[in-house]
Design a protein around this ligand. Structure first.
Ligand code: UTP
Ligand code: MN
Length: 579
């Protein structure tokens, strides 16, 4: 736990331009520095570093962050290492985290310890592989070379109940159980979790060993045995093969997500090096967010069977809200009975990559699936199709994309004029429903302006009266969080743009905040004083409940046209029925 005050000092002292320049060639252009974005392949620079704001932003791929974030995202450092690295550069000493309780002290010790334990285990398994002709034969039989095995640090856990005793003199140490290598059975009897298995180490983004997947040699149950969730390893966050794939992902501008360890390794063996695998769990939003940051295009590959299609649909649901216009998400379905491993062996790299390039886009997959359940030749079928599509369209991220997909769907249902209604979102009824009433739009604009001002000048958060804003908007929720964080911080007036990124690093609104910060950065050219004046003005207008807005809402309600959300807003705000 590094104190926020230290991070703030550090971010004030460090110059992000210097930090980025260690890795990326930058040229000065006006107030900012520009370069080729290191996070996606591009030929004309859209990567911008702002010395005034102390953040970077890529207008091509949306990568965004402060100096700490850059070292994490680009140099692959962990959070603490990134801070230490920056501090060393400006001669600052990171305050040692002082555990306050014996439990905290024990935990700190343990975590440092667990990484060491896992690494020793990996080294042991790798050494054992060299000694096991049977395991070597198995891997050769699956077409792997020694180089590829080494690249993925593949090993072998020998057969025997306490194989790890060789490495760990204190086999009874609790850390072995804690990192999932040893199982404690009844009556305290301990034994190795992994026995007679080919071992695939799972590495964190930084390259530390955090878990293992172990495969039986041949047939057996379970086919793969995985590390349990441990303090180091959370399945829903990690993907297999990222460390090895990182460079290739940058180069290809694409990341391929497959289902199995062997798929990743086999693809790499055939020269398709930008693949990673989820770890026997369904795709999570964390996976998608993490991977979309690394590449321009995310391709999921699923087996062509029913289970594969089901998994694909889950991935679609998870990806929908995270979509951005310029980063297509695609779905590759291999012929039934094949996975990437078997497919590339049969057909080779070129055919495989052709399939990848031709993979269905998310919207194609969505429409195909919805069509399968509805007969577009009957009114009933078309009605069903429209209703089924609606919730998906409403969840879809991106700005142009949802509109385009809604148009296509409405046209398929022979109701092209219905496209806007498919997009109307419940929480922001006047945001997308077309055409908005002018006075509604005005109110919305005022709210938008408040958010803009605060995202652009974080210290203004102190002035905001949240009561006047629509509580359902994500932006308002994010704003409420920012206001709370800034008020809590030691010197609220001094929270910089770069520090705002830091304070909200773990927030569920992090992406939104980053995006807003970048979007508004270019458009807002006010002095601090002007911004404050305008904020006060805007809030006052909102507080007086703009009469036009009030009138149009009440008209709508009288006519029975208001949505449930509008009624709620009306009651809460204008009839003062606040809980
Ligand atoms: P698959 O059953 O498709 O295996 O599981 P695979 O990847 O094709 O493996 P090979 O080619 O037979 O060696 C896909 C993924 O699901 C998880 C693993 O992560 C595996 O890579 N899995 C599968 C398990 O965790 N446990 C199992 O018993 C099976
Ligand atoms: Mn397989």
């Amino acid at each position: 736990m590094i104190p926020d005050s230290f991070k703030q000092d550090l971010l004030n002292r460090v110059d992000i331009v210097d930090v980025v320049q260690r890795y990326v060639q930058l040229k000065k252009g006006g107030a900012n520095f520009m370069g080729l974005c290191p996070f996606h392949g591009e030929k004309t620079p859209s990567f911008t570093v702002s010395p005034a704001k102390q953040f970077y932003h890529c207008f091509g791929c949306g990568a965004h962050g402060n100096a700490i974030g850059f070292l994490i995202a680009y140099a692959g450092l962990g959070y603490v290492d990134a801070i230490k690295d920056l501090a060393a550069g400006v001669g600052m000493q990171v305050p040692e985290w002082q555990p306050r309780t014996p439990e905290e002290a024990a935990r700190k010790e343990r975590e440092t310890d667990l990484y060491g334990v896992m690494e020793q285990a990996m080294d042991f398994y790798r050494a054992e592989l060299k000694k096991s002709p049977r395991a070597i034969e198995y891997l050769k039989g699956r077409g792997l070379t020694g180089e590829i095995a080494a690249r993925f640090r593949i090993g072998y856990a020998p057969d025997g109940w306490q194989g790890l005793k060789v490495v760990f003199s204190d086999y009874s140490h609790s850390s072995l159980v804690e990192c999932g290598l040893v199982i404690e059975g009844e009556e305290g009897k301990r034994y190795d979790r992994f026995r007679d298995r080919v071992m695939f180490p799972i590495l964190s983004t930084r390259g530390a060993v955090i878990g293992f997947g172990g495969r039986v040699l041949g047939e057996g149950e379970p086919k793969y045995l995985n590390s349990p969730e441990t303090p180091l390893f959370e399945k829903g966050r990690e993907v297999y093969g990222l460390v090895q794939a990182r460079e290739a992902i940058h180069a290809a501008g694409r990341v391929l997500v497959v289902e199995g360890y062997m798929d990743v390794v086999a693809l790499a063996q055939f020269g398709v090096e930008y693949a990673v695998a989820t770890l026997g769990t369904a795709t999570t939003p964390i996976h998608v967010t993490k991977l979309l940051k690394l590449a321009d295009e995310l391709v999921f590959s699923f087996d062509g069977d029913a289970a594969g299609r089901k998994a694909a649909w889950r991935a679609l649901e998870v990806s929908l809200p995270l979509l951005v216009d310029h980063k297509p998400v695609r779905f590759l379905f291999l012929p039934e009975g094949d996975d990437p491993d078997t497919f590339i062996r049969k057909h080779g790299k070129e055919v495989f990559e052709k399939q990848v390039a031709a993979a269905k886009t998310l919207s194609e997959f969505l429409i195909d699936e919805l069509r399968q359940d509805a007969d577009l030749n009957s009114n009933e079928g078309r009605a069903k199709f429209l209703s089924a599509a609606k919730p998906y369209l409403q969840k879809m991220g991106g700005s142009q994309l949802p509109t385009l997909v809604a148009k296509e769907i409405a046209t398929l249902a022979r109701q092209p004029e219905e496209a806007p209604s498919l997009l109307a979102r419940a929480p922001t009824p006047y945001a997308r429903s077309a055409p908005p009433k002018p006075s509604m739009a005005r109110h919305f604009e005022l709210e938008e302006r408040v958010l803009t001002l605060v995202f652009a000048k974080p210290s203004l958060a102190l002035e905001v009266d949240l009561q006047v804003l629509n509580p359902e908007r994500d932006e308002t929720k994010a704003l409420a969080e920012i206001v709370g964080l800034i008020r809590q911080s030691a010197s609220p007036e001094a929270v910089s743009d770069a520090m705002l990124i830091e304070l909200t690093r773990d927030s569920e609104h992090h992406e939104l905040i980053a995006r807003a910060q970048a979007e508004f950065w270019m458009s807002l050219k006010l002095t601090a004083e002007e911004a404050l004046g305008e904020l006060k003005d805007t809030l006052a207008k909102l507080r007086t409940r703009t009469p036009e807005y009030e009138k149009s809402l009440s008209t709508k309600i009288l006519k029975g046209l208001a949505t449930a959300e509008e009624k709620r807003v009306y009651e809460e705000r204008f009839l003062s029925k606040r809980p």
